[in-house]
Structures are given as structure tokens and as C-alpha cells.
Design a protein around this ligand. Structure first.
Ligand code: ARG
Length: 544
């Protein structure tokens, strides 16, 4: 369904040949939209703006949607939608099972690389953000009909396993019996041991080569560490209510067998060259090359990312690849994408995007720590929020706080403020939804039925209807620009507009067609709030 705003914009654009910059009207007396296009064209044409505006008004054919157009002030054009047109559009939002979200004509295959915790380490606050943001992208893009392929690029390989395996052997423990918290502690002991004991460090380094070379004893311990980590990750996903499963796992180790092949391809094509013993891809704009194979023969994080792109294009046939990690990895991905393009692994028609997010801060403005001063794990954050509210409300609070600002910004984790049911919070939106459910329950109990929006006499009703018809457009924008905060802002405005409507327009106390129409507006608002919250990964309880 094309929204009314989009239709008007398109017609005015076709007539004038420029972006008409349609804006919501600032006051009800100005109608619903306003364009200043005449003022801009007048400058170019050297004519009085009002004259240009009059000409546009005479030529623009929008009589099916709008009341006769008005020229206001210095030459603004005001658009007032016909109440029956708005009513029909709002009714459609209610009747449409997707509430105005239109499935795309050409669905894409979209890989989203998110969450990606590291084996034998507890998930930390950074993983909270990538998991929540990636889940939201997954929901939004899937709702538009795209095929989303989540790729959980867990850190299940790499040099840290050298010291971990060596520490397990040194302590003589059974790695298969560890909890993830215990593995995390093992990790810390191994790191300290590595730092303090040169002989241990040497053994750990040698262990990396042994393990990556397929030594069975090393691999057995590695497998145990992977096996104890996965259920712990899944438990975190369950608690967060995100849709990731074991089927989405494609950790670093997935690409092991590809690495020698990739190296051979890069050498053969000349995309990579040997420099000071290391195999490197030089890309413009970077001081240092991307190292594909270190001088000691080892492969690193970037090599695996190149291999992952290669598969995502060749085997998964991705049209778009989205990476969600903290903003500090921006340079890494920029270089990996450039190297992949140079190597021919990433054709021009495949879009690769890195979405970097900011840090989670404590009240003191420093990276969030738990009360006892230790670095915050994901579960400690959830615990902190659950001290303030029931789990589904705590989760709404966290997710909304995470998504409602520009992703690049840092945000302060203040559990008691985030769970408040007033202000721009997740629980406020849940509460607005539950309140409408209550109104509708009351109507049902009184035997009052509703079906369509038919009467829209009051400005507050019209504004609410208009906002409802914009839902699909907002979702489109979020999918294109990967900006969930715009959906948050929209839902917050919708809840606010509903409050104004409810204050100004009696619902259950009115009669006949007006009452039925207003109840239909309530029902459509409820549906859009629930659908919007669902896209954010937030549930919408019917009672609170
Ligand atoms: N495991 C990494 C970390 O915890 C994130 C991996 C992100 N994805 C990727 N393809 N590099 O920082």
C-alpha cells in the first residue's frame, strides 16, 4: 500500500521535476502537509512565488485525495486530505494483516552477521547490542519479504585457543565439565599465565600451530570448549527473545578448509603479494595492507572475514551483507570490503555494509560495570534490569534503550530510568498498547462492535489516522537505512498522538457511527503499536 504522503509527493515531483519537500503541516489550520516548492522554483524562474504556487495548484491533479489546495503566506502550498480518503486509508491499515507494510517486489537474499560471541568467554555488553540490533534488522527485513540468512560468526578459532588448551592440560581439568563462567575464569588464568611465564607462553604459541594443524588431543579439548559454550549462548538468546538458533552458527572455524584455497586464488590473481614474508592485499586509503597470511604461516581475523565474504557471495548468493559490530571495527570492515572487491569476491552489485554501534555506559559516563566493579556480562545487565521490573518489561526497556538513539551513539544504561512507564521508553509503549487493549475489552464487554474508520471530523482523529497510514513508509526507511531509532520515534509519536486523541475525543462515551469509527482507530493504533514493537523484538502484553 502506498501511503497518502508518498502519493502526493510523487505527483508533485512529477509536475515540478524537483523534490517537493513535503512536510507535515505545523498547525491543523494549514491542513495536513505543506510544500515550499513554489518558493524555490520562483527563485529559479525569477517570478513571484505566489504566482508560481497558483500555477502549480491549477495544474496539480490531486482532487481525488485532497480538498481544493490553498496557497498560504509567501507561497506555501497547503494540502488537506479529504476525511473520507483518510478514513479509507486508516481502515485499510486495520484490515491489512501487515498494517501497511508492503512486501517488496524483488526480494533480496540478505546475510546479517550479528551476535558473534567468543567461545569460552561470557557474552559482554557489546554482544548485547549486536544481538539486539541484528535481531531487529532480521525482523524488519524479513517483514518486507526478503530472505534473511543470519550468520553467527562466533569466535571459535584463533590464537587464544593455544593458551586455553595449554592451561587445561597444565591444570589437568576436564574442560567438558566447565560452565561458561568457569571457562571465562580459565581464560583469565591462562592469559595471566601467558603473561608471567615465558616457558608457558612458548608452549602456548606452539600449541596454536599444533591445534590448527589438526592435532587430535588439542582438537578434543577445543571441541569441549565449543560444546560448553553453545548452550550458554543459546540460553542468552532465549532470555533475550531473539530468533538465533544453532542453524545460524557459522563460526570462524567454518572457513578453515577454505583458507589455503583462498590464499592460492589470491596469489594466482595477483590480488595478494608477498611483502616482508607476509602475504598481503594492498588497498588504497590504508596505511597498512590487509595481511592474508602472516610470515609465520598463520591466518588471522581478516583472512577469515575474506573467506566468509567469498562463501556468502558464491554459496549463499547474498545480494546484501550487513555486519553488526561495535564502531571500533569500522576500519577493519572497510579494509576487508575493499580487499574483497579487489579480489573479485565481492562483485559491485552486492552491497556490504558495516553498522557500527556505540558503547553502553554506566551513570558515571564510563563503560558500564556491574555493582562489584567487574566488567559487565550480558546476564549481569539483564539481572540489573530485572531487579526493576518483570522480565518482559525489563527486556523491553533494554531493547528500546539500545535501539531508540542513533546506533553510533553511546548510551547510558540506567535501569530504573529505562523501565519507567513514562517518557520515551519501551515500557511506555507497552503500556500505551495495554491501555488500548483495555478500552477495546470494555467495548466488547458492552457489546459495542467496530469495523472501519468512517468519521474523521476532529483534527486529533485526523492526525492519528494520518500517522497510522505512515507505518509502512517508516518500516521501508528503516530497512533501507538500517536506522531502528526512526521506528522508535514513530511509535513514540503514535502513542503520544493516541493520548491527545483520547483526551480530546470521547470513545466509549460517544455514540453510533462516531463511536464505532473511534474504536476502529483505537484498534488500528493497537495493531500498529504491536507490529512495530514486534519489529523491535519487544512483546506487547495485553495487560500490564
Ligand atoms: N567475535 C567478534 C567479537 O566478539 C565479532 C565478530 C564479528 N563478525 C565478523 N564477521 N567479524 O568482537
Amino acid at each position: 500500500m502506498q501511503s497518502l504522503a508518498v502519493s502526493l509527493d510523487a505527483r508533485l515531483r512529477a509536475l515540478t521535476g524537483v523534490d517537493p519537500e513535503m512536510r507535515p503541516a505545523t498547525k491543523p489550520e494549514f491542513g495536513h502537509f505543506q510544500s515550499n516548492v513554489a518558493l524555490r522554483l520562483a527563485k529559479q524562474e525569477g517570478k513571484p512565488p505566489r504566482e508560481v504556487a497558483q500555477r502549480i495548484v491549477a495544474e496539480l491533479d490531486v482532487a481525488d485525495l485532497c480538498e481544493p489546495l490553498e496557497v498560504a503566506g509567501p507561497g506555501f502550498i497547503n494540502f488537506r486530505l479529504k476525511p473520507e480518503v483518510l478514513a479509507a486509508a486508516a481502515s485499510e491499515v486495520l484490515a491489512d494483516p501487515h498494517h501497511g507494510i508492503a512486501v517488496v517486489d524483488e526480494p533480496q537474499r540478505i546475510v546479517i552477521d550479528y551476535s558473534a560471541p567468543n567461545v569460552a568467554k561470557q557474552m559482554h555488553v557489546g554482544h548485547l547490542r549486536t544481538t539486539i540490533i541484528g535481531d531487529c534488522f532480521n525482523r524488519v527485513l524479513s517483514a518486507l519479504g526478503h530472505t534473511v540468512i543470519p550468520q553467527n560468526h562466533i569466535g571459535d578459532w584463533g590464537t587464544q585457543f593455544g593458551m586455553l588448551i595449554e592451561q587445561v592440560l597444565f591444570e589437568g581439568i576436564d574442560a567438558g565439565q566447565l560452565t561458561l563462567a568457569e571457562a571465562d575464569a580459565l581464560y583469565k588464568r591462562a592469559a595471566a599465565h601467558f603473561k608471567d611465564d615465558e616457558a608457558f607462553a612458548t608452549k602456548a604459541r606452539a600449541r596454536v600451530a599444533m591445534f590448527q594443524g589438526g592435532d587430535e588431543e588439542s582438537l578434543a579439548i577445543w571441541r569441549q570448549l565449543v560444546d560448553i559454550s553453545k548452550p550458554a549462548f543459546n540460553e542468552a538468546y532465549r532470555r533475550l527473545g531473539v530468533v538465533l538458533t544453532d542453524d545460524d552458527l557459522a563460526g570462524e572455524s567454518t572457513y578453515n578448509d577454505d583458507l589455503p584455497v583462498l590464499v592460492a586464488e589470491l596469489e594466482a590473481s595477483g590480488a595478494a603479494v608477498v611483502d616482508q614474508g607476509a602475504l598481503c592485499v594492498f588497498v588504497d586509503g590504508f596505511d597498512a595492507p590487509l595481511i592474508v597470511r602472516k610470515s609465520d604461516g598463520g591466518f588471522g581475523y581478516a583472512t577469515t572475514d575474506l573467506a566468509a565474504i567469498r562463501r556468502r557471495v558464491r554459496e549463499i548468493h547474498a545480494d546484501r551483507i550487513i555486519y553488526v559490530t561495535d564502531a571500533r571495527q569500522a576500519g577493519h570492515f572497510k579494509q576487508v570490503f575493499a580487499a574483497a572487491r579487489k579480489a573479485g569476491y565481492l562483485p559491485d552489485d552486492v552491497v556490504a555494509e558495516h553498522v557500527g554501534y556505540g558503547m553502553v555506559l554506566g551513570d558515571d559516563g564510563r563503560p558500564f560495570k556491574t555493582r562489584d566493579g567487574s566488567a559487565a556480562t550480558l546476564s549481569s545487565l539483564l539481572d540489573a534490569a530485572e531487579e526493576e521490573a518483570a522480565p518482559n518489561i525489563a527486556l523491553a526497556a533494554i531493547k528500546y534503550a539500545d535501539l531508540s538513539n542513533g546506533l553510533q551513539k553511546d548510551y547510558v544504561f540506567n535501569a530504573s530510568r529505562m523501565v519507567a512507564t513514562t517518557g520515551d521508553t519501551g515500557p511506555y509503549l507497552q503500556y500505551a498498547h495495554a491501555r488500548i487493549c483495555q478500552i477495546l475489552r470494555k467495548a466488547e464487554a458492552e457489546g459495542v462492535a467496530w469495523e472501519r474508520v468512517t468519521v474523521l471530523a476532529e483534527p486529533a482523529e485526523q492526525q492519528l489516522a494520518l500517522l497510522l497510514t505512515r507505518f509502512g513508509e517508516v518500516v521501508d526507511e528503516v530497512a533501507r537505512d538500517l536506522t531502528p531509532h526512526k521506528l522508535c520515534t514513530y511509535l513514540y509519536e503514535l502513542a503520544g498522538q493516541f493520548s491527545s486523541f483520547y483526551e480530546q475525543c470521547p470513545v466509549l462515551k460517544s455514540d453510533g457511527d462516531v463511536r464505532a469509527s473511534r474504536l476502529a482507530l483505537c484498534a488500528a493504533t493497537k495493531d500498529v503499536l504491536a507490529a512495530g514493537l514486534d519489529l523491535l523484538g519487544i512483546d506487547a502484553p495485553e495487560r500490564m
